[in-house]
Design a protein around this ligand. Structure first.
Ligand SMILES: [Zn+2]
Length: 228
């Protein structure tokens, strides 16, 4: 294939496309790895604190899990046997958490929008590139809970009934930074592959441009295939 813009331009375009594809593939991989007993990604084991609904009647616990490629904020409505769990005001004040300190994509507009349980996730490496959230919707039976996904595509639940989702909402800064990094890597790879191919053609006496065998042709004559 011959382009009027030259091999450098084509290689850049390919490197950028592959860089973007790599960023998305790595982010999706991070979404499902590792799948332990706690579900996908790192366990949300770090307590962030409590958030109260605007009517002052429902408490939510927020916790966080983090590794190099996956960050999750979990929101859990405090209840026992269907009854909202309340604590003394002094205890609440001591554990109160300001949700506004979280990035916009890792929290709901208001805690009142949530129902029972939710996970907000951002994934990607080296920068976080995609985000989505998974929400408790209704309970059919004990472990049979119907979830919904915002900012992504819902996948069938796994054998442990863990909800799965493919994040589709880009975090533009991280997406661009990771893509450029991977694109640079791809550019180097593509350039070395091209150099290697040229060296092979040289050694086998083929046209350096299209690879047509030049055996029997006069030295310096034009390639009968591509005219180079
Ligand atoms: Zn040729």
């Amino acid at each position: 294939m011959v382009s009027s813009r030259g091999p450098g331009f084509r290689r850049c375009a390919w490197a950028l496309a592959l860089g973007l594809a790599t960023t998305v593939a790595v982010a999706w991989f991070a979404m499902f790895w590792p799948a332990g007993r706690h579900g996908y990604g790192p366990p949300a084991a770090t307590d962030l604190g409590l958030v109260m609904t605007s009517d002052g009647r429902r408490l939510w616990s927020l916790s966080e899990g983090k590794n190099a490629s996956h960050r999750v904020i979990s929101y859990w409505f405090n209840q026992v046997s269907g009854h909202a769990l309340m604590i003394p005001t002094a205890d609440f004040e001591a554990r109160k958490f300001n949700m506004q300190t979280l990035p916009r994509h890792l929290r709901p507009d208001s805690i009142d929008d949530l129902n029972m349980l939710a996970w907000y996730r951002e994934v990607g490496w080296p920068m976080k590139a995609l985000t989505c959230s998974i929400h408790w919707r209704t309970q059919v039976r004990n472990a049979d809970i119907i979830y919904s996904v915002r900012g992504g595509v819902q996948l069938p639940r796994d054998r442990e009934f863990q909800p799965r989702a493919l994040p589709l909402t880009p975090l533009w800064g991280g997406m661009a930074a990771s893509s450029l990094l991977y694109a640079a890597m791809w550019f180097v790879l593509l350039a070395s592959a091209a150099r290697w191919r040229t060296a092979q053609r040289w050694r086998r006496g083929r046209c350096l441009r299209c690879g047509y065998p030049r055996t029997g042709l006069r030295e310096g004559s034009l390639c009968p295939e591509c005219g180079q």
